[in-house]
Write a protein that binds this ligand. Structure first.
Ligand code: NAD
Ligand code: DAU
Length: 342
């Protein structure tokens, strides 16, 4: 299989590329990524020299560049590229509409023109909005996004749906819950808490800490995407989750325990505006239809994650200091040029 992956230098995209090339060593991947603050090529240092992996720096909103890079035949597009952080969408929504909505439109148009036989659109459970206690969203639940980020993802999902209906476009949509694991940028809850705790800094918990999220280990999400890519039905939506929403404060306390740091580091801070109280999904469709289920339970996944961050303290420092942003110009371009000369 030859894939065009957008946003492959981010958290889930880089984990997906590593997973996919490990599972299918004959596969080919072109990673198309703008390298925004969230894109980090250090996430893929171990993959970069593989002959069946290529990176191209580009913006999904740039129709000309996207159409040029889709010039060769691909079996599928796996579309991760997005602005992904809710707090940033509250500070400013414009970039979210540009990348998540307009960028998705560019990708859809280019893939349609090139007749790419499959388009996997990676979306989120946030499009369903907040769930009442014991309630969970099915794929038929109404869209009720509450943050500009979630609204931009819901808009993109609707565009994908319209292409399926209008153009018989071969797209599938996935909606996953909160991911965690290696290479997650330390602005999201789990890596932020780990990196702050390393330095014995305060851990800012929004509101009363009782908002619930259904955490899934990133590799379980990657396996689900693989299942949907290979066997998902065109035009369908597949929810992906672990089925166990947990309050944020529970996650933070578990992390402190694993890190052997005191609960006194916890600081309750002002709540996020429009903060969704609870996310929960009914993901029985993917489990029954495609035979997927998560393999990593939360305790084991958190332990593995803390261990990974401990062993990759240089990655954490580069990410928190901003050094990683110089990596592309300083090392990557030079290394590629040297390789090309050899
Ligand atoms: P991320 O922020 O870590 O990575 C996003 C990547 O997209 C970065 O590499 C960035 O450089 C790239 N990008 C951003 N704008 C771009 C543009 N205009 N052109 C090309 N590339 C661009 O995000 P993530 O957490 O890995 O999420 C990936 C996808 O999965 C997103 O679509 C997100 O909505 C979805 N999702 C995330 C989660 C989660 O818990 N993180 C859960 C469900 C769904
Ligand atoms: O549900 C899937 C979504 O999960 C993805 O679509 C998003 O891309 C991803 O960012 C994530 O969104 P959340 O807003 O749920 O993730 P975040 O890590 O920002 O926050 C998780 C919870 O922790 C949320 O209830 C807010 C809270 N939080 C977060 C931060 C950063 C805190 O209490 N303190 C913090 O400092």
């Amino acid at each position: 299989m030859k894939l065009l992956v957008t946003g492959g230098a981010g958290f889930i995209g880089s984990n997906f590329i590593r997973y996919f090339l490990g599972a299918y060593p004959d596969a080919e991947i072109l990673n198309f990524d703008k390298l925004t603050y969230a894109g980090n090529l250090q996430n893929l240092e171990d993959i970069d020299a593989l002959p069946n992996y290529r990176f191209v720096r580009g913006d999904i909103c740039d129709a000309e560049a996207v159409e040029r890079d889709l010039g060769e035949p691909f079996d599928a597009v796996v579309h991760f590229a997005a602005e992904s952080h809710v707090d940033r969408s509250i500070a400013g929504a414009r970039e979210f509409i540009r990348t998540n909505v307009e960028g998705t439109l560019v990708m859809l148009e280019a893939a349609r023109k090139r007749k790419v036989p499959r388009f996997l659109h990676v979306s989120t459970d946030e499009v369903y909005g907040s769930m009442a206690p014991k309630e969970s969203a099915t794929e038929q639940s109404p869209l009720a996004p509450n943050s500009p980020y979630a609204a931009s993802k819901a808009a993109a999902d609707l565009l994908v749906r319209s292409y399926v209906q209008t153009h018989k476009f071969p797209a599938v949509i996935t909606r996953c819950t909160n991911n965690y694991g290696p290479y997650q940028f330390p602005e999201k809850l789990i890596p932020l808490m780990i990196s702050n705790a390393f330095e014995s800094k305060k851990l800012p918990v929004y509101g009363d800490g009782l908002n619930e999220r259904d955490w899934i280990f990133v590799e379980d999400h990657c396996r689900a995407l693989d299942a949907v890519l290979q066997k998902g039905r065109v035009g369908e939506i597949y929810n992906i989750g672990s089925g166990r929403p947990v309050p944020n404060i529970g996650i933070v306390r578990s992390l402190l325990k694993l890190l052997d740091k005191p609960d006194g580091l916890i600081e309750f801070v002002q709540d996020r505006p429009g903060h969704d109280r609870r996310y929960a999904l009914d993901d029985s469709k993917i489990r029954h239809e495609l035979g997927w289920e998560p393999k990593v339970d939360l305790d084991a996944g958190l332990e593995h994650t803390v261990d990974w961050y401990r062993k990759h303290i240089d990655w954490v420092h580069a990410a928190t200091s901003g050094e990683y942003q110089a990596y592309y110009e300083k090392f990557y371009v030079k290394r590629r040029a040297t390789l090309a000369e050899l």
